[in-house]
Design a protein around this ligand. Structure first.
Ligand code: COD
Ligand code: ZN
Length: 370
């Protein structure tokens, strides 16, 4: 058992409390990881606000980390102590029908299929003050040590800077892949991205890498526009600057609507606006944001009748154990630069300050260092 620091959420809506916790050794098929860095994503904030109805507290949040294998349980063959790794909030078990289907990246071991926040055997490796602490998305990265199933860990290049590539565990891979894999953006096309957080700005990078000629970035916080332009946006617009609905503005700007639109916020109104912003025939709208569980939207079905495609994606359509190491290698070859998403770096003990920056819209990504 390792005793170390972790940020524990004892109840929804309360600040995190940095505590000494016990982390049990990995059981068969599990890996214990010493975290080196973690990003803070909006999804962690959703968990803290109680938006995951099946997630039990107390819990250690965090799902965008990078670290080094400390020890492995019985039967683990794909990694060994000392290897650099990224824990995966979306696993790849390799055995379910979707994992065996080359067209799919969804793994049936993902939390949508199994909404519980312990490890797969329904026990926890974390305890604090005699109480069991829950895991989050199998990975829990707001801790110096975590235990994760082997199928939710990607081994990466030994040269990777962990304080940067932690973003590949969620934000960067999700956004970049939404453009490359889910939309399959074509050279010369037009794109609109709703929401310029770490994920939306990664969509901007993906559209640029795919050769889009016009990339329209949409956000109600104009402070996000400078970064969007730096990453490849050609136009930045604030829906609050217009009297008419933003879908009409985008249709006028492009003649008939964009080729590809992306919703990277998770609001009902912007989901409908994004759908109506892509052209009525060949337009493709990709939903990246997630609505609060239980909420619904209604649309006029003629939006789809004329040929539009409306689809969703998880972690950018990558099969994570296979693809994230390759993405990290491409980063090391300087094919893209997600370092630009990191606006703040803080010591782990300042995790609440990092969350405040996200709430205030002042950060894109804060990386916590252990
Ligand atoms: N119109 C335009 N922009 C808006 C609006 C609006 N009505 N409301 C908010 N925004 C902007 C904000 O100003 C902000 O810039 C941006 O939207 C959101 O950014 P962040 O930094 O809050 O969020 P991200 O980028 O960290 O995460 C966004 C997600 C949509 C990915 C996240 O919230 C989510 O829904 N996650 C679950 C879906 C998923 O697949 N996640 C991957 C695993 S976490
Ligand atoms: Zn995330």
């Amino acid at each position: 058992v390792i005793r170390c620091r972790a940020a524990v959420a004892w109840a929804p809506g309360k600040p995190l409390s940095v505590e000494e916790v016990e982390v049990a050794p990995p059981k068969a098929g599990e890996v214990r990881i010493k975290l080196v860095a973690t990003g803070i994503c909006r999804t962690d904030e959703h968990l803290l606000q109680g938006c995951f109805p099946k997630a039990e507290f107390p819990v250690i949040p965090g799902h965008e980390g990078a670290g080094i294998v400390e020890s492995v349980g019985e039967g683990v063959t794909s990694m060994k102590p000392g290897d650099k790794v990224i824990p995966l909030c979306h696993p790849q078990c390799g055995e379910c029908s979707f994992c065996r289907n080359p067209e799919s990246n969804y793994c049936q071991k993902f939390h949508f299929s199994e909404p519980q926040n312990l490890l797969p055997d329904k026990t926890s490796r974390f305890s604090c003050k005699g109480k069991q602490i829950h895991h989050f998305l199998w990975v829990s990265t707001f801790t110096e040590y975590t235990v994760v199933p082997e199928y939710a860990v990607a081994k990466i290049d030994a040269a990777a800077p962990l304080e940067k590539v932690c973003l590949f565990g969620c934000g960067f891979s999700t956004g970049y892949g939404a453009a490359i894999n889910a939309a399959k953006v074509k050279p010369g096309s037009t794109c609109a991205i709703f929401g310029l957080g770490g994920v939306g700005l990664s969509v901007v990078m993906g559209c640029k890498a795919a050769g889009a000629s016009r990339i329209i970035a949409v956000d109600i916080n104009k402070d996000k526009f400078a970064k969007a332009k730096q990453l490849g946006a050609t136009d930045c617009i604030n829906p609050r600057d217009f009297k008419k609905p933003i879908q009409e503005v985008l249709t006028e700007m492009t003649g008939q609507g964009v080729d590809y639109s992306f919703e990277v916020i998770g609001h009902p109104d912007t989901m409908i606006a994004a759908l109506a912003s892509c052209n009525m025939s060949t337009g493709v709208c990709v939903m990246v944001g997630e609505l609060d569980s239980g909420s619904e939207i209604s649309i006029d079905p003629t939006l789809l009748l004329t040929g539009r495609t409306w689809k969703g994606t998880v972690v950018g359509g990558w099969k994570p154990r296979a693809s994230i190491p390759k993405l990290v290698s491409s980063y090391l070859e300087k094919k893209f630069n997600p370092d630009l998403l990191i606006t703040h770096t803080l010591p782990f003990a300042k995790v609440n300050e990092g969350l405040e920056l996200l709430r205030a819209g002042k950060s894109i990504r804060t990386v916590l260092l252990y």
